[in-house]
Design a protein around this ligand. Structure first.
Ligand code: SF4
Ligand code: SF4
Length: 344
């Protein structure tokens, strides 16, 4: 596995980062084994967030005794000063540490939210204050709108960005990553499998590994998953393979959904999940997790075609900043049920 200097932050980070988001869903002893195994195998970047249920507490419980072995990144989802300050202090307590290496302003997708976080009495002020007090070493930002992030980082106020980069969402490569390289920032890609939809799995992990990023955060919950991710990053990516992966990303990313979540559906269809899985489903089929999603949402997906209020003008499409044809993609997805045995 590769290590590299984390932009201006300077830490020597492992290419694989441990995404701790899903740990609250497994027994504590399983989480303890997975995290300690990861540290033993040289993974030295841990990613969590105040919003990930009790993920921070699990980190505190399982690996705080090894605090000098990892770069610890958390996030605050608050936008105002007072709540962000409180949340930062709570994160430190929960993780049993006196500092985090990185605090990211979490999930900023709208211009007005960014403005709120950055203005006086905003979350950024709380982050700066925590930095001055030694509780936070660096400040970063995460979001699902690569074009907006590209603009926002030009201010020089952030040291790092966490963004999507996977075979079905290669969009950060266009402007965001080059801008971050220019500014010597820490580049962290997340969701190589986009929540369990993307396959083939090994190619999905190797795609971000083939790109210009420092760390790839993979959500892991067991020793087996840590082993699988490490195995996929054992060999460097050579030019031929890189080109093949980039071609695949161009194909699987044709849907153009950034997962910005601006859209919604009165029937409760999880539109971004269907959009992002669309080309993968057509090309390779679905992994069990993806199939589980499609079975769970079968009724809603099948109802889209007959939903009267959307007949003339699809409600969801009016909300998409990229003017994507979601109605067509959702209705095409209904064809999936004709190709697989339908359960339920
Ligand atoms: S077009 Fe389909 S997916 Fe879009 S809002 Fe209407 S019912 Fe929902
Ligand atoms: S379909 Fe459009 S609005 Fe919905 S998540 Fe994707 S990019 Fe955003």
């Amino acid at each position: 596995m590769r290590y590299s200097t984390f932009g201006k932050i300077g830490y020597n980070v492992s290419a694989l980062g441990f995404g701790a988001m899903n740990l609250p869903g497994v027994p504590l002893e399983q989480a303890r084994a997975a995290m300690n195994y990861a540290l033993d195998r040289g993974i030295n970047y841990i990613d969590t967030a105040a919003a990930y249920r009790n993920s921070e507490e699990i980190i505190g419980e399982t690996i705080s005794h090894r605090r000098d072995e990892y770069f610890l990144a958390t996030k605050t989802g608050k936008r105002d000063y007072a709540s962000a300050k409180e949340e930062i202090d709570r994160s430190l307590l929960r993780m049993k540490t006196d500092h985090v290496d990185l605090l990211q302003i979490h999930y900023v997708n709208y211009v007005n939210e960014f403005k709120q976080a950055m203005e006086p009495e905003g979350a950024y002020e709380a982050a700066l204050e925590a930095k001055a007090a030694g509780k936070v070493r660096h400040i970063g930002i995460s979001g699902h709108r690569p074009e907006l992030l590209t603009k926002w980082i030009a201010s020089g106020k952030f040291d790092q960005v966490l963004f999507h980069l996977n075979l079905a969402q290669p969009f950060a490569n266009r402007d965001l990553i080059p801008k971050m390289t220019e500014l010597n920032m820490g580049k962290v890609a997340m969701k190589p499998l986009s929540g369990g939809f993307i396959q083939p799995v090994e190619k999905a992990i190797r795609y971000p590994y083939s790109q210009d990023v420092h760390v790839i955060i993979s959500g892991m919950v067991s020793v087996e998953e840590v082993k699988m991710n490490l195995a996929a990053m054992e060999q460097e990516v050579e030019q031929d393979e890189r080109e093949e992966l980039e071609q695949l990303a161009a194909q699987l990313g044709e849907h153009n959904c950034r997962r910005c979540n601006y859209c919604s559906c009165p029937l409760g269809i999880a539109i971004p999940d269907v959009m992002i899985s669309s080309k993968v489903r057509e090309t390779f089929g679905l992994l069990p997790k993806g199939d589980g999603f499609y079975q769970k949402h079968k009724e809603a997906i099948l109802s889209c075609a007959d939903y009267e209020p959307c007949k003339e003008k699809p409600l969801c499409q009016q909300l998409c900043p990229y003017q994507l044809p979601m109605q067509r993609v959702i209705q095409e997805a209904a064809g999936y049920y004709k190709t697989v045995p339908i359960s339920g």
